[in-house]
Ligand binder design. Structure first.
Ligand code: ADP
Length: 498
C-alpha cells in the first residue's frame, strides 16, 4: 500500500510494526467465496474463461470458458502440452508488459494499467488486465481464451503439432466462443468495473478491520505497560511491607524486655517485698501492672504477627489434651469476664476427648484470642460460651477432627466486614475514639495458626445479637508427622489492603 492511502499514514497510530502500514493484498480485500461466485457468473455470461490472480500468482477465482474440450484435446500431444504450459505460466506470472508476443490493446481500464492482448499458438487469444489499486499492482485478470472472429482455420503452428488429429481439432475449435477483440476488451472493462466496486467496499472493510485490530493491539500494549508498572509497584509494596514487619519485630522485641522489668518490679512492690504500701499506693501499682500487661500483650501480638509475616513461625507438634487446653484458656479470661458481669459457659464432650496433635502454645493462643475478643465485645450482663466437639472427616480437612466454637451475645460483626477482620490491623471500628482497645492482630494470628495446623476458621454473626467463631482442626495435621513445620506467610488477596 502506498504512503498516501487512507489509514496508511497520518490517520492511525504511527509506530513501527503498525498493521496499517502493511500493503493490502487482493486476498485481504476480497471475500473469496462471494468473489468466486461473481467471477463464475461473469464467465457464464460471456462464455469465456476468467481467472483472477494476486501479485504472487495465487488464483483467487477461476471461471471456466467454452474452450475446455479443445484445449484438453491439444494437450493430449506432448508438444501441445509443453507450449500450453509455457503460455499459461507467462499469462499468470509473466511481465505485464508488451513482450513475448503480447501487444498493448486500445482502451482503458478503471483499474489502471494497459490491456495486453496475448495470442495462443492454437489461434485463440487472451486479454490480460493488470489490477492496480492506489498505485500498487495487486494482481491481474486473465480473460480467455476466446476464438477471434477473423480466425478462419487452425493456424499452421497447431497443424504442425505431432500426433494431433486435425479434423477433430477443427471440430472442437468450432465450439469455442467467438469474439472480436474489440468486444473482448469491452467485456473486460465491465469485469474491471465490477472488480473495482468490490475492491472499494472490500478495502473499506479491510481498513475498518485493520483499525479495529490496531486499536486492540494498542490496548494490549497499554495493558502490558500497565501490568509491568503494577508489578513494579507490587514489588515495592511487598518490600515496604517486609521492612514494616521487620521494623515492628525489632521494636517490639526491644520494648518487651524493659516492659517485663516494669511489670516484675511493680509486682514485687504490690507483694510488699520492699515494704508495705498504703491503699492509694497499692491502687496505683495495680494500675501500673494492669496497663503494663495490656501493653505487653499488644507488643507480643505485634511480634507474633511480624514473625508470621516473615515466615519464621515454627509449629512444634506434640500430643495435646484439647479439653484441658480449653479449660486453661478459659481461666485466663475469667477475671475480665467477671469484672464485666458476663456469664461464661463451657460445653465439653461427654466422653473423654482423645488427645490430638498440635502446637500446644499456638493452639492455646487461638482459643485465648477468641475468648478475649468474645469478652471484650460483649456488653455487661451478656454471655460467652466455649464448646468443644469431635467430628468426622470434613471437606477440606484431612481425616477426623475436632471443633472449637466461641460464641457470645455481643455487638456482632456487619456482614461486609466478616472476611476482612481476619486481616492484620483490621478493626471494624478503627476510629481514634473507638470503645474497644486492641491492635487488630488477634484474628490474623488465629487464622495463621489454625491454617498452619491444616484447619479452618469461620464466623457467623448478627449485629447486636452476637457472634460465633468456629475453628475446625484435624486430629493429626498433615505435616505433623514430619517434625516441626513452618507456617507460610499469609498471601494478601485484598486489593484494598494497601
Ligand atoms: P482486636 O480485637 O485487637 O481489635 P482482632 O483481630 O482480634 O483485633 O479483631 C479484629 C476486629 O474484629 C475487632 O476489632 C472487632 O471489630 C472484630 N471482632 C473480633 N471478634 C469479635 C467479636 N467476638 N464480636 C464482635 N466483633 C469482633
Amino acid at each position: 500500500m502506498s504512503a498516501d492511502k487512507p489509514g496508511a499514514a497520518g490517520s492511525g497510530p504511527e509506530h513501527a510494526g503498525s498493521v496499517l502500514q502493511r500493503k493490502a493484498s487482493l486476498v485481504d480485500m476480497l471475500d473469496p467465496l462471494s468473489f468466486g461466485d461473481v467471477v463464475d457468473s461473469l464467465g457464464e455470461l460471456y462464455r469465456v474463461g476468467i481467472r483472477v490472480l494476486d501479485d504472487r500468482g495465487r488464483t483467487l477465482a477461476d471461471a471456466k470458458g467454452s474452450n475446455g474440450d479443445f484445449c484438453g484435446f491439444v494437450n493430449t500431444t506432448a508438444q501441445g502440452r509443453a507450449r500450453c504450459t509455457a503460455l499459461v505460466s507467462r499469462l499468470n506470472e509473466g511481465p505485464l508488459t508488451p513482450t513475448q508476443g503480447a501487444q498493448v490493446l486500445p482502451g482503458t481500464s478503471p483499474l489502471g494499467g494497459e490491456l495486453l492482448g496475448q495470442p495462443c499458438f492454437t489461434g485463440l487469444r487472451y486479454v490480460v488486465l493488470p489490477v492496480q489499486w492506489e498505485g500498487d499492482v495487486l494482481g491481474r485478470v486473465v480473460f480467455g481464451p476466446f476464438a477471434p472472429e477473423e480466425l478462419a482455420d487452425v493456424p499452421v503452428a497447431l497443424a504442425e503439432l505431432e500426433g494431433l488429429e486435425l479434423e477433430r481439432a477443427r471440430e472442437l475449435l468450432a465450439h469455442v466462443g467467438r469474439q472480436s477483440e474489440h468486444r473482448a476488451v469491452k467485456m473486460l472493462a465491465h469485469v474491471a468495473q465490477v472488480l473495482a466496486a468490490l475492491l472499494a467496499s472490500g478495502q473499506k472493510a479491510y481498513l475498518t478491520g485493520q483499525l479495529h485490530l490496531e486499536a486492540m493491539l494498542e490496548t494490549q500494549r497499554d495493558l502490558e505497560a500497565q501490568n509491568a508498572q503494577l508489578m513494579r509497584l507490587n514489588q515495592r509494596l511487598k518490600e515496604a511491607d517486609r521492612i514494616k514487619s521487620s521494623f515492628l519485630g525489632t521494636v517490639s522485641h526491644e520494648l518487651r524486655t524493659p516492659l517485663s522489668s516494669i511489670i516484675g518490679y511493680s509486682e514485687m512492690l504490690a507483694e510488699g517485698l520492699v515494704g508495705g504500701l498504703n491503699a492509694e499506693q497499692m491502687q496505683f501499682v495495680r494500675t501500673i501492672i494492669e496497663k503494663g500487661n495490656t501493653l505487653l500483650k499488644l507488643i507480643s501480638s505485634i511480634l507474633d504477627m511480624s514473625q508470621i509475616e516473615a515466615g519464621k513461625v515454627r509449629l512444634a507438634f506434640e500430643w495435646v489434651d484439647v479439653q484441658e487446653l480449653v479449660e486453661s484458656a478459659l481461666t485466663s479470661v475469667t477475671p475480665q469476664a467477671q469484672r464485666k458481669g458476663l456469664t461464661v459457659k463451657v460445653q465439653l464432650p461427654e466422653a473423654a476427648q482423645p488427645r490430638v496433635v498440635a502446637d500446644r502454645e499456638k493452639l492455646s493462643q487461638v482459643v485465648v484470642n477468641l475468648l478475649a475478643n468474645a469478652v471484650k465485645f460483649t456488653p455487661g450482663g451478656g454471655q460467652v460460651e466455649v464448646r468443644l466437639s469431635a467430628h468426622g472427616p470434613q471437606p477440606g480437612l484431612v481425616g477426623e477432627g475436632y471443633r472449637i466454637e466461641v460464641e457470645d451475645t455481643g455487638v456482632g460483626i456487619p456482614l461486609d466486614q466478616r472476611e476482612r477482620i481476619f486481616q492484620s490491623f483490621y478493626q471494624v471500628d478503627d476510629s481514634p475514639t473507638r470503645e474497644y482497645g486492641g491492635a487488630g492482630l488477634g484474628l490474623a494470628i488465629v487464622k495463621s495458626y489454625v491454617e498452619g495446623h491444616g484447619g479452618q476458621v469461620s464466623v457467623t454473626s448478627e449485629v447486636g445479637q452476637g457472634s460465633c467463631f468456629r475453628v475446625v482442626l484435624p486430629k493429626e495435621p498433615p505435616l505433623s508427622g514430619q517434625g516441626p513445620a513452618y507456617i507460610p506467610p499469609p498471601i494478601d488477596t485484598d486489593p484494598e489492603r494497601f
